[in-house]
Design a protein around this ligand. Sequence first.
Ligand code: DX5
Ligand code: ZN
Length: 216
Amino acid sequence: MKPLIAPSILSANFAHLAKDLEMINRSEADWVHIDVMDGVFVPNISFGFPVLKFVAELTDKPLDVHLMIVHPEKFIDEVKTLGAHTMNVHVEACAHLHRVVQQIREAGMKPAVTINPATPVALLKDIIHDVYMVLVMSVNPGFGGQAFIEHSVEKVSELRELIDQTGSGALIEVDGGVNLETGARLVAAGADVLVAGSAIFAHKDPEQMIRALKGL
Ligand code: DX5
Ligand code: ZN
């Protein structure tokens, strides 16, 4: 099965965002990955809902919203208003993860839970039946262009085993340091969705790179 590809606009040129979004619309990308940061949960700030309103208007692919913020449950309505397909919340940011996952589903979006590099797959055992997707961070969240953490490949295999054993059907998405080389190993380990920022936007032909990732 070919992986789904979700270009992360964190690495796009924000002064020419419309141009980059048009490229994604034309491309073989499956989703658009949107990274919201608050400067508290992660040591960086990206963009907020006033900007994303225009991103949503210009995009014709499903939006995969990754919230790197504390209390993501406070923003379920805002993410829904964007028309998001998937809402990703960090396990580490939610004291009542089960409740948040149900609230996302009740709002009509697909709930996804995200784990940081130091968070074990085992922590997902009691939520795996309730989620549409698990997002495995293969860098510490907050910045694009960081080096891939090798252990992530093993984590994907472990998660694949948990999903297959439990019959949960959750998708596995991976985010951080994904390129053709790491992407191929992640797909072999069982990843369904690859997020890529710098590998796409730093490439001289981003549309071609999306096609290459899609071909993995
Ligand atoms: C990092 C973000 C990623 C980021 C990935 O915190 O969640 O989505 O854009 O960037 P690359 O692909 O450059 O590692
Ligand atoms: Zn992300």
